[in-house]
Design a binder for this molecule. Sequence first.
Ligand SMILES: Cc1cc2nc3c(=O)[nH]c(=O)nc-3n(C[C@H](O)[C@H](O)[C@H](O)COP(=O)(O)OP(=O)(O)OC[C@H]3O[C@@H](n4cnc5c(N)ncnc54)[C@H](O)[C@@H]3O)c2cc1C
Length: 468
Amino acid sequence: MTMTSSGVTTATYEELAGALRGELILPGDAGYDQARAVYNGMIDKHPAAIARCRDTADVVTCVRFCRAHEIEIAVRGGGHNAAGLGVWDGALVIDLSTLRSTTVDPQSHTVRVDPGCTWADVDHATVAFGMATPSGFLGSTGVAGLTLGGGIGYLSRRFGLTVDNLLSADVVLADGSLVTASEDSHSDLFWALRGGGGNFGIVTSFTFRCHDIGEGGTVIAGPVLYDIADTADVMRWYRELIPSLPEELDGWIAVLTIPPAPPFPEELWGRKACGIVWCYTGPHARADEVLDQVKSFGSPLLVGLHSMPFNVLQGAFDALYPAGLQWYWKADFFNEISDAAIEVHAKYGPQLPTGHSTMHMYPIDGAAARVPTDATAFAYRDGGWCGVIVGVDPDPANAERISQWARDYWQELHPHSAGGGYVNFLMEEGQDRVQASYRGNYGRLAEVKRRYDPDNTFHVNQNIRPAG
Ligand SMILES: Cc1cc2nc3c(=O)[nH]c(=O)nc-3n(C[C@H](O)[C@H](O)[C@H](O)COP(=O)(O)OP(=O)(O)OC[C@H]3O[C@@H](n4cnc5c(N)ncnc54)[C@H](O)[C@@H]3O)c2cc1C
């Protein structure tokens, strides 16, 4: 019998293994290194054990086991978190990643989703019925973490954030009990779950409202790219245009390097650019009228708008960004894209340190901004953008270089921001940043935390401390 990194004997973990339907993976087991790896290759955590839960009962068993033995808990959904908060040194990882079923009800326009699903799983299920629920801009991101942090994506202008479409969630609480949170049941918990992250319990099932999009789930989408030297002109035009557009059209702006692969024309491979990725989800008969203005501005290098199923759009960047790259993130919300901020973008865009590194700004307006700031825990509703600077590269030797570029860029841009950053894009940045991200909602979140998790059992997250 030996002691593990959580101070618990291996014999105790054998007891846990016997009580679970799923597999328990311990250090030294053949699959341990693979099971502790997350999307961000910079994260190198060594948990005491990883429990691959097969059902809600496994989740309850793990929570009770951790409470009884005073073991830290990490919860893994899609494993995509920027800071790698799905794994933790010395913790038991409650790993939900094999729970990936979905159930669509086309009549009621809803989808029930397991906690290990990625958005590719959900889009696959709903687009077959011409519908989608608002998610993000990538298929491989986990539903659980994205939803609990807010959820900003191609459908936000038209249908709101992901949390605005969450109808209910089943949650295993810190005492091992299971509750359903919705507008009618544990409404305080339901309020907090919609943006407050994994602070309040472990969600084992999500039910979302779906919407008909495009023509039977087919949208018109793709990038319009401009020379990096045009960044300032493009940003000035874009900031005025976005609020005036019909909500069926969403578009996020980026500085990027054009990927050296099809479908991009070879003569553009590796060229630095400023670009907007557009997605039009309205009736195709109106598409030309709506899209003409975004095709005709300036002198684009490429106009890549095509009709495609929504799930194809969502998966378009997955091959470019496979799991295991080095990622360093810096984030802020912006109420406006000021002239001073544009100067910073025009300075750092041309200095992109590697081909994968990029800066994105996602609009938070239209339906997302009509929801009052205190209606859910997600606090930045006043119209504007969610910005993120990411240094990315496959080679760990470049980790410092990409991180320094992102830090320098952020340092100069932050004074032109609204203050806080999207919790799903924060690294481990301390309590002040978490509070700034929740603004006026932080006090109420701390109260709900005290009610549902007074001992801060769930603290491997952007942590909200229990009030008092
Ligand atoms: C390449 C990339 C693209 C992204 N694009 C977008 C985007 O377009 N829009 C957007 O809004 N965000 C986006 N994100 C951010 C994303 O929302 C966060 O990284 C989110 O945390 C991912 O969720 P996950 O389940 O994959 O993460 P995980 O790493 O598994 O978990 C993240 C956090 O959530 C907690 N958690 C996970 N599952 C549960 C659960 N079932 N119950 C309770 N707590 C849980 C974890 O403990 C952890 O604190 C992107 C991230 C990446 C890496």
